[in-house]
Write a protein of this length. Structure first.
Length: 754
């Protein structure tokens, strides 16, 4: 199981180093091959290592890059952008997480060489990365030099490179370094925040070598000189050990402690293989027995499984693979990652929710700062929950200043967090998440919801004016469909939950809470009903009166094509006066609560909105896929599932790609499979499975978790088999194709034709 690329095109370097990024929960490394390329955007990012930003409150910093290497053959510096490459192959092995770069190249002297570079980022020893370089020549005898360096050239681009890489900043200073013949060690400190981080690099060679210290502009390390002969492979192993902490001496101590493990390349490869193969065995996934059909879903699963360890590190929007979005946290985690992980790795889902609960006190301050009550989480949050999105952006090169409204206008994140808790409870049944702090979160959320409601005396309804939904093309709208309906649902859920609580579970007066609940119920009952034209629900007040416009041009990856003018308007955060939307608020809510809608409503809204949705956000594909599957538009749903799973793999254009891995889109592709094609729904503790498979899905096997049980699904020859394993001595109720079955330890399987 692997993903491969077969061409070295220098203009696509940043794309390749993105899709071959390696990440665990502690560090992310973009897999750069040529550090001297004008088209590469190298990056190493350590979880929770932030510093000040020129555009936002803080940002995940791009640290000094210890992956830099350079080959010098017979005195000639090898730059892969400028030599003759005869054959090229780059692969990511899902079973070990190893990235292999295989390059056959020819120099002006006529000599040919083959370089094989293998990179492993350890999943269990999250502070270790190791690479193995193998160099072979058919005809050349002579000197070869391998430079192993730390590169200081790449810092942070202004606002993650949104306007290109014309403005850079560096956010660290070197405190201590030591260069020896076989190893180097560096310790750094961030400029404003008290973060210390360091790296120790050890190099071993298969033949005798001499070492020379390198001190160059923005680059230093050690050069290892060797002699190569025809047909004899040179092998160089480089191990990087790194650590980050709030204390300088802790960094020094832990690096040396990890170094004493003294494990070799094969050990780390086998260790990764043991971890990942166990995950694939547990998943038991197969679709049509076709590698092509599985490639996108397996790639997306691998990326998400690699960061599934339930530690204290939350997951930024692009993981640790890019500066984009500054390493901040969005509703990506609440709506996409929590359901995915709840089905496959529940402890990770719980950790994501616990991050939100832990930032409740900051959310209360956030609400106060914008004149609201309760708890408010901004669309873009920093690691402490503080609003961290930009309000003004500067295009310095073109001398333009632009206002960014999402931070002050997006009001649905609090509702999204409530949804993530409810979904987690439905899938796992883990009521331990409902502690006193979580109950306080429910109460403060209700206060926030109430503070958003504005009474319209003419209509005798409560409205939510001047907001932005998930469609960011229309600024400051009233009664956005997703914002209103999510508020109504989350408000109702919290009220119903709080009503059932006994006094001993509360930190507030029960009688006072009961009075609030009565007020909240009255306001809920008077919330404005969304405008409906036939089966169509309106995006926001006045949307149907906007100039109608539909999409006609599509790129080769299946997504809508932007005109230059429209792209410039969107990038300048201008309000769009037509019915073209970024992503659809109506379909998003439908995909999350399909039981509230008829199939006819889903069909009509999908057909209407899909031709008006640019899907500029990778999140948009999930909802289009789930709704189209639920509506019976199965071939369309399959296409959306593939586009979501392969969002990075099929991204177009590849040149200057700096956006990082779209982890929420990967989770979304699996949600399309689960909620869309398998028709999974959980209500009143009952798991419903109602599969609808398109012609492209003939056979399917998959395991997932439900209430501490393994649900094993096998579909072939128009028959579905359900088997439950690994559960305690209690029954599990499943509705399978409209029929209720009670599975017990004695009768733990059922087969049904469909």
């Amino acid at each position: 199981m692997e993903y491969k690329e077969f061409k070295y095109i220098k203009e696509e370097n940043s794309f390749l180093e993105t899709v071959f990024s390696q990440e665990n929960t502690f560090v992310g490394i973009r897999n750069t091959l040529e550090f001297d390329s004008d088209f590469s955007i190298p990056g190493i990012f350590i979880s929770n290592v932030y510093d000040y930003s020129l555009s936002t409150k803080d940002q995940l910093i791009s640290i000094p890059n210890w992956m830099d290497f350079k080959l010098i053959i017979d005195g000639e510096y090898i730059n892969f952008d400028h030599i003759q490459i005869n054959n090229f192959e780059k692969s990511l092995d899902y079973c070990s997480g190893m990235v292999t770069s295989l390059i056959n190249f020819k120099l002006d002297s006529g000599h040919e060489f083959t370089l094989k570079k293998e990179d492993i980022l350890s999943l269990s020893y999250s502070n270790v990365q190791i690479s193995r370089f193998k160099l072979l020549s058919k005809t050349f005898s002579g000197s070869v030099c391998f430079e192993s360096c730390v590169n200081y050239r790449y810092g942070n681009d202004y606002h993650g490179g949104f306007f290109g890489n014309n403005v850079k900043s560096h956010h660290w200073k070197l405190l201590n370094y030591d260069l020896k013949d076989r190893w180097t060690k560096y310790i750094y400190k961030t400029l404003n925040d008290s973060n210390f981080f360091g790296v120790k690099t050890i190099v071993e060679t298969s033949v005798n070598s001499s070492s020379t210290k390198i001190r160059q502009y923005k680059r230093d390390g050690v050069a290892h000189s060797m002699y190569i002969t025809p047909g004899v492979e040179l092998c160089i192993v480089r191990k990087n050990i790194f650590y980050a902490d709030g204390k300088y001496y802790a960094v020094k101590k832990e690096i040396e402690k990890i170094n004493k493990l003294n494990k070799n390349f094969e050990y780390y490869k086998k260790n990764n293989t043991d971890i990942l193969e166990k995950k694939y065995i547990e998943l038991n996934f197969n679709i049509n027995n076709s590698d092509k059909d599985m490639e996108g879903l397996l790639y997306s699963f691998y990326q998400l499984a690699s960061i599934s360890s339930p530690d204290k590190n939350n997951i930024p929007a692009r993981g640790l693979t890019s500066q984009y979005h500054s390493g901040h946290f969005f509703f990506n985690n609440d709506i996409y990652l929590v359901p995915f992980y709840a089905f496959f790795y529940p402890e990770k889902a719980k950790q994501i929710i616990e991050y939100r609960i832990s930032t409740l006190d900051q959310a209360k301050l956030n609400a106060e700062n914008i004149g609201r009550k309760g708890a408010f989480w901004s669309e873009e949050s920093g690691s402490t929950g503080i609003p961290s999105g930009p309000s003004v952006l500067h295009d310095f090169l073109n001398q333009k200043k632009m206002e960014e409204k999402t931070g002050e206008s997006v009001m649905h994140i609090t509702s999204d967090i409530i949804y993530s808790i409810k979904i987690y409870l439905d899938i796992t049944g883990d009521n331990d998440i409902i502690n006193q702090k979580c109950i306080e979160l429910f109460i403060e959320s209700c206060h926030f919801f109430e503070s958003l409601l504005v009474y319209n005396s003419k209509l005798d309804v409560y409205e939510v004016p001047n907001v932005m939904g998930i469609d960011e093309y229309h600024l400051s709208v009233s009664n956005n469909y997703y914002t209103n309906e999510m508020l109504k649902w989350a408000f109702s859920f919290c009220v119903q939950f709080l009503e059932k609580l006994s006094s001993d579970k509360l930190t507030v007066s029960k009688s006072k809470l009961e009075k609030n609940i009565q007020i909240w119920k009255c306001k809920l009952n008077k919330m404005k009903v969304p405008f409906q034209k036939g089966n169509l629900f309106e995006q926001f007040d006045g949307y149907f009166n906007l100039k109608d416009e539909t999409i006609s041009d599509y790129a080769k990856n299946g997504l809508p094509e932007f005109s230059t003018n429209f792209r410039n308007r969107v990038n300048s955060f201008e309000n769009i006066e037509t019915q073209i939307i970024k992503q659809c608020d109506v379909l998003m809510f439908m995909s999350m609560f399909p039981a509230m809608f008829s199939q006819e409503e889903m069909i009509d809204n999908f057909i209407f909105y899909d031709k008006r949705t640019m899907h500029e956000s990778s999140l948009s594909l999930t909802h289009a896929g789930i709704v189209s599957a639920r509506a019976g538009l199965l071939e369309t749903a399959y296409n959306y599932m593939e586009m979501s799973a392969r969002f990075n793999l099929d991204f177009y254009p590849r040149e200057e790609y700096r956006n990082g891995l779209h982890l929420a889109a990967y989770a979304g592709s699996w949600l399309i499979l689960l909620y869309g094609f398998l028709g999974i729904q959980i209500e009143n503790d009952i798991l419903t499975i109602n599969p609808k498979l398109c012609l492209k899905i003939k056979d399917l096997s998959l395991n997932f978790l439900f209430r501490n049980s393994i649900i094993k699904i096998t579909i072939n020859n128009n028959k579905i088999d359900i088997k439950i394993e690994n559960y305690k001595d209690f029954s599990v109720n499943i509705i399978l194709i409209d029929t209720l079955y009670t599975l017990t330890p004695r009768k733990n399987s059922v087969s049904v034709g469909f």
